[in-house]
Design a protein around this ligand. Structure first.
Ligand code: NAD
Ligand code: IPM
Ligand code: MN
Length: 344
């Protein structure tokens, strides 16, 4: 099965996915795509967020889903993004949010005197529980006595499988270090579970150095010494924040790719960035995160050599300064993709 479901989504999501698909069809013309009209426009038109039959089809009829971004100022509740994006992560049980952070050209690193090998780590972000489940409630809403609760869910199964995924990947990819990050000094119940499970799983991988940092210190160390990190595993919310720091270290959010995975079951690939309403419709969004995401998708479909070609082409464009404005270039979204296609 080589069929991809495509959800361009909102804002620059649609702009960058159009460009990512040009690269996909250039490298793998045999892959079929089916577009899904889901996002803010659709929601505003007919109230649909995520039809149940589409969710079922995502899980059974496609090799993977490719998603742009969801988020629109006209939908302040973000209900469609919750149903489509978080809904897919939860209902397809995509427990691994795989977010590599790799500096392809040192000049784009915001830290001074850095070389490319200084930023080369992968974050395994737990993707199905934590503070993202919506479990909680509001009481006396809108009054002076209002109470709002957001419950953090940490299950033994959920914590163990993401920690194990990090170690398995480290072993399979010749990495020697896994760092787990939590806030067990303040969050005594859930993060104590992370501490205990991490020690247990780490014991099964004696050749890999297992370390721990509280997430505040991790944020600091990523900026001071990114070269110390190879694989990081953390919970859903901390992973969200840490991977935006990681994106900045790589050269910006316009370069960061991700995969939402449940090995052997389903997968959803997306750039880390959002719909960027501030630049949407101007044709200036950086398409490279989307292009690298397509590379990741190709590797997932069993064509790792195509991902290496995509990364090489993107790296050549970065080195030649053939980039969009936020990276100091002059190219439009389409022109930056033309440059990648030429480099390919
Ligand atoms: P954002 O990532 O959309 O934008 C943050 C900043 O980065 C903006 O200044 C934007 O212009 C810039 N930026 C982002 N992507 C870029 C690109 N490819 N090229 C150049 N510049 C880029 O984050 P935000 O502004 O917090 O969120 C906007 C909306 O997107 C919100 O509704 C948010 O919830 C949503 N969002 C969705 C996803 C997703 O669907 N995966 C991810 C993050 C945010
Ligand atoms: C991301 C995004 C999402 C998240 C939002 C849009 C819910 O920021 O994929 O990083 O927090 O997971
Ligand atoms: Mn995020």
């Amino acid at each position: 099965m080589n069929r991809i479901a495509v959800v361009p989504g909102d804002g620059i999501g649609t702009e960058v996915i159009t460009q990512g698909l040009r690269v996909l069809s250039a490298l793998a013309p045999d892959i079929e795509t089916e577009h899904f009209d889901l996002g803010a426009e659709r929601y505003l038109r007919d109230g649909t967020t995520m039809p149940p039959d589409v969710m079922r089809r995502f899980g059974s009829e496609f090799s993977a889903v490719l998603l742009g971004a969801l988020g629109d100022p006209r939908v302040p509740s973000n209900v469609h993004a919750k149903d489509i994006l978080l809904g897919s992560r939860f209902e397809l049980d995509l427990y691994i949010n795989f977010r590599p952070c790799r500096l392809l050209d040192a000049r784009y690193c915001p830290l001074k005197d850095r070389v490319e090998s200084d930023v080369d780590f992968v974050v395994f972000r737990e993707n199905t529980e934590g503070l993202y489940t919506g479990v909680g409630g509001q009481f006396k809403r809108g009054t002076a006595d209002e109470v709002a609760m957001e419950q953090e869910i940490n299950t033994r199964k959920g914590v163990e499988r993401i920690i194990r995924a990090a170690f398995v990947w480290a072993r399979e990819n010749g990495r020697k270090k896994v760092c787990m990050s939590d806030k067990a000094n303040a969050m005594r119940h859930g993060h104590d579970l992370w501490q205990r499970v991490f020690k247990l799983v780490a014991g099964e991988y004696p050749e890999i150095a297992a370390s721990h940092l509280y997430v505040d210190v991790l944020a600091m160390r990523l900026v001071q010494a990114p070269q110390d990190f190879e694989v990081i595993v953390t919970n859903n919310l901390f992973g969200d924040i840490i991977t935006d720091i990681g994106a900045a270290l790589q050269g910006g959010i316009g370069l960061a790719a991700s995969g939402n995975l449940n090995p052997g079951k389903a997968a959803l690939f997306e750039p880390v960035h959002g719909s960027a309403p501030d630049i949407a419709g101007k044709g200036i969004a950086n398409p490279l995160a989307s292009v690298l995401t397509v590379g990741m998708l190709l590797a997932y479909l069993g064509r790792p050599e195509l991902e290496r070609r995509v990364q090489g082409a993107v790296q050549r464009c970065l080195k030649a300064g053939q980039v969009t404005r936020e990276l100091g270039g002059t190219l439009s979204t389409r022109e930056a993709t033309d440059a990648v296609l030429e480099a390919l």
